[in-house]
Structure formats: C-alpha cells, structure tokens
Design a protein around this ligand. Structure first.
Ligand SMILES: Nc1ncnc2c1ncn2[C@@H]1O[C@H](COP(=O)(O)OP(=O)(O)OP(=O)(O)O)[C@@H](O)[C@H]1O
Length: 262
C-alpha cells in the first residue's frame, strides 16, 4: 500500500495557487526528505496531506493517502503521525500543566490533554509507558510541559503520535528551535523510529537527511521539481536551483552537507 499517491494536484489559498501539478508517490517503508526554499510550499504540502486544505477541482487529480481517497481527519491523524510546529506551539501554549506522560497518553484520544471523562485501560496506560521507554524519554514522565526544553516537548509529541503505531511520521521542520546537541539527538531518535514507520522529513537542513532516507522530493517553482532517489537528486546543480543560490554539495558516509558557497 502507498502512504501517499498524489497526481496532478493544484492547491493554494484563496485565488492563489501555491503548488501546481503535484505528483508524488511515497510507498510504505520508504523514507523521504522534502526539500525546498522558504516559501516554496512545504507547509502547504503538509496541509494538503492533513486535509487542512483541499485540491482545486478545476481538473482531474488523484489524492490517496494509505490507499483511500476519503477518510475522517480523526482516522488520518491515527494512521499518520503528523508533527508540526503548530502542534508543538499549541501544546506549549494550551497544555503547559501536563506532564510528559499525559502528553503521550493524550494520543489515545488525539486530544490536547487528558480529561476526567476519558477512561484508559491498563493496556492503554502501559502502551504510553512502552512508547516513552522506546523513545528514551522516561525521565520526562512527571516533568511538566512548561518545565521542558523545546526538544523534550517535541519528543513527547512524537510519543503521542507513536501511541497508534502509525505507518508514517510526517515531520515539518522538527528541529526548529533545537540547539546542535538536541538536533543531533532528535535525528538519532528519528533513525530509531525509521525502523518502525516511514519517515517523511520536511526540512531545509541537508545534514539532517540521515542515511536511511533514500528518497527526496525537491520543491521549486511552485511544484515538485524532481523526486526520486537521493543519490541521483542531491546534486550541487539541483540544490543550487531550488535554493536559488550557487552552492557546492558534498557527501561523506551517505550524509550531505554544503561545503562551500561559491
Ligand atoms: N494561509 C495562507 N494564506 C495565503 N497565502 C499563504 C498562506 N500560507 C502560506 N501562504 C503562501 O504560500 C506560499 C508557500 O508557503 P508555505 O508556508 O507553504 O512555504 P514553506 O516552504 O513551508 O516556507 P518556510 O520554509 O518559510 O516555512 C508562500 O508564498 C506563502 O506566502
């Protein structure tokens, strides 16, 4: 089953088309990076995947997620672990009093917080503990959101999504606000997670594209400029095009970095 199967989608806001002719197929167990400059439409693509915005109906298109063209948003959230900075900020703002354990536990109801009327079975409680153990965040069990660092809260939010064993995690610039150590640590966690689910990482940091990610989609000129194998597409030429600046890409041990701006 494909995680994402999009063909010829146009999407935008009001009169403005932000992404046109979007064709993208992401298969189960594949790991992808979606790269694009600021304002190229990465977050818009995320909104399309989450059904926060919808394709224009002006021409035929295909939009299937996990093999379905219709689904409830609740079902979608369970099957895809969607991690956005909006979600992070929402938790930081609205749920500062929650402990790490409750953030993770809230995944069972896809709610922000845990409420008295929500009953949890022993199984659900132990699933939350198991997830925290897997992500190595047990030390955050009793720590409140307002006492957590950005990286700590982000990991709890990943744990909340992991409750449902989603087929894929879609992460929109998940290392924003993390210092170098926290960034490396977060990517390490994603590598571990990639053994359990597909990772779709939206980023403009090349160094975050870890070895297991073998596919990339490059967004440029309001469309998916190129998509396919990382080893073919991550070139100085392609990156110079999408970031609209001359740059030189280097690779070491299957990790990429910008060596020199010419
Ligand atoms: N709610 C909105 N209403 C109107 N235009 C929008 C809206 N959100 C985004 N846009 C426009 O759509 C385009 C793509 O924005 P988007 O946020 O998807 O880019 P992005 O690649 O995620 O950028 P960044 O890397 O800066 O986060 C931009 O021109 C932006 O101004």
């Amino acid at each position: 089953m494909d995680i994402i199967d999009f063909e010829n989608i146009n999407v935008g806001y009001d009169e403005k088309i932000v992404l046109k002719d979007i064709t993208l197929k992401i298969k189960e167990k594949e790991h992808w990076a979606i790269l694009g400059a600021n304002g190229s439409g990465k977050s818009t693509l995320m909104k399309l995947i989450q059904s926060e915005i919808h394709p224009r109906r002006t021409k035929p298109f295909k939009k299937e997620i996990l093999g379905k063209s219709t689904y409830s948003v609740f079902e979608l959230r369970k099957n895809l672990g969607i991690i956005t900075n909006d979600l992070h900020n929402y938790f930081a703002r609205e749920a500062s009093f929650l402990t790490g354990y409750k953030v993770v536990l809230s995944g069972h109801y896809s709610s922000v917080g845990v409420f008295a009327f929500q009953d949890f079975s022993e199984e659900q409680l132990s699933k939350a503990k198991e997830v925290m153990k897997f992500l190595e965040i047990e030390h955050l069990t009793s720590k409140k959101v307002n006492e957590m660092s950005t990286g700590e809260l982000r990991k709890c939010i990943v744990g909340r999504a992991l409750i449902h064993n989603p087929k894929a995690f879609i992460l929109d610039e998940p290392t924003v606000g993390l210092d170098i150590k926290a960034q490396i640590n977060f990517i390490k966690m994603l590598k571990k997670l990639s053994k359990e689910a597909s990772i779709i990482l939206v980023t403009h940091h090349l160094e975050e594209i870890f070895e297991e990610i073998t596919k990339v989609a490059l967004i440029h000129n309001n469309t998916i400029f190129k998509s396919g194998d990382k080893k073919d597409l991550l070139t100085s030429e392609n990156l110079s095009t999408i970031f609209d600046t001359k740059l030189h890409l280097n690779e070491k041990n299957d990790r990429y970095f910008i060596e020199e701006i010419l």
